[in-house]
Design a protein around this ligand. Structure first.
Ligand code: SAH
Ligand code: SF4
Length: 355
């Protein structure tokens, strides 16, 4: 199989059915094939209800996936698996599977690199690579399904919190969510999909028109423009008050609570002043605050707060009358947050473990 062959999920339902008809196969084979993809098929050959000659023709015309796993890293005693994939053209992205008692969540990438450049983020350290195509996003989920189904588990949630700014790759991200939620493909309810954004207001407004009702997460990190201009540079274009107004517009339209993410950077955004400003900004709104203890990234000037510091800030935010939780810190011991496996592999140029 040459690498030039298109990936099977890069074809739309219509295109695939047209291909099938032109190969004298009935259109319903497309549904069968998608059902196999939804179960995480790793080859056309295992699609037993598709006749063998057709399986060979499919194998001669398409690749099952365009993603090539180049490094895998485990953490949390096997509950967390990060995979670094090489894309066509040579860029790489990572995806993280997190297993919990009642669900399994995939943290997915939407871009190779990120054009936003937040100074605490590992992804922002590399030059921007390229936007992912919709099928490259969906293929990360199919691979997670493959991994989980071998363990008797299902993929239940997808969060766009890996590499990249999903709203800066809007069309492909929306197309991928439609495919993730398509009952004929992965069938993951949009409510169980979280799109996290640094705050591209026009795209948030557009998302509200899509009738998708995905969960929106805003990476706030600071409630005053002066500090957010530094931590999330896109703030210079889309300031805090306008951003929250846009996010609340989304909350009203979809009747969904917005999640506000706050990476805790010791001494930078964890003071009483920060909690009070956050209270003023969000009180009485359909909002939930999610505190994320900073995962240290080499070469950044930031430090993680200690446990007591995290608890103190949570209490300060609670005292403001806001709903607040502290995100668990999955994957810290190995390569920490999304973007960091990529960073280590790029630094060492020697994969941890090639699968
Ligand atoms: N670009 C999007 C989505 C990917 S980042 C966004 O910024 O929302 C997903 C989340 O991880 C964001 O809230 C981001 O601020 C956070 N994050 C980035 N680097 C981190 C780090 N080193 N430690 C903890 N959280 C981090
Ligand atoms: Fe991009 Fe998000 Fe990282 Fe900022 S935090 S550089 S927006 S991936």
């Amino acid at each position: 199989m040459t690498t030039e062959a298109p990936a099977i999920l890069s074809t739309s339902a219509k295109e695939l059915e047209a291909w099938l008809l032109s190969h004298k196969a009935p259109a319903y084979r497309r549904k069968q094939l998608w059902a196999w993809m939804a179960r995480g098929a790793a080859s056309f050959d295992e699609m037993r209800d598709i006749p063998k000659p057709l399986r060979s023709e499919l194998g001669g015309s398409f690749r099952i996936t365009s993603l090539r796993p180049i490094a895998v890293s485990q953490a949390d005693r096997g509950l967390t698996t990060k995979t670094l994939y090489e894309l066509d053209g040579g860029h790489s992205v990572e995806a993280v599977v997190m297993r919990y008692a009642d669900r399994s969540t995939l943290c997915i990438s939407s871009q190779a690199g990120c054009p936003i450049g937040c100074p605490f983020c590992a992804t922002g350290k590399f030059p921007f690579g390229r936007n992912l195509k919709a099928h490259e996003i969906v293929e990360q989920a199919v691979d997670a399904v493959r991994m989980l189904s071998a363990e008797g588990k299902r993929l239940s949630h997808v969060v766009f919190m890996g590499m990249g700014e999903p709203m800066a790759n809007y069309q492909a991200v929306i197309e991928s969510v439609r495919r993730l939620s398509d009952p004929e493909l992965l069938g993951i309810s949009p409510r169980r999909v979280v799109i996290s954004t640094s705050g591209l207001i026009p795209r948030i407004d557009q998302l509200g028109q899509e009738k998708l009702a995905v969960t929106l997460a805003i990476s706030l990190h600071a409630a005053r423009d002066e500090l957010r201009d530094v931590l999330v540079p896109i703030n210079r274009k889309y300031p805090v008050a306008d951003l929250v107004a846009s996010a609340q517009g989304y909350a009203e339209k979809t009747s969904r609570r917005v999640s506000y993410e706050w990476v805790l950077l010791a001494g930078v955004n964890d003071t009483e002043r920060d909690a009070k400003e956050l209270g003023t900004l969000l009180r009485g709104k359909r909002a939930h605050v999610n505190l994320i203890p900073f995962n240290p990234v080499e070469g950044t000037p930031y430090q993680a707060p200690d446990r007591a510091g995290v608890r103190r800030f949570r209490e300060l935010v609670e005292a403001q009358g806001l709903n607040v939780t502290v995100r668990d810190t999955r994957g810290r011991e190995a390569d920490a947050a999304c973007g960091q496996l990529h960073e280590r592999v790029m630094r060492e140029r020697s994969p941890v473990h090639v699968s």
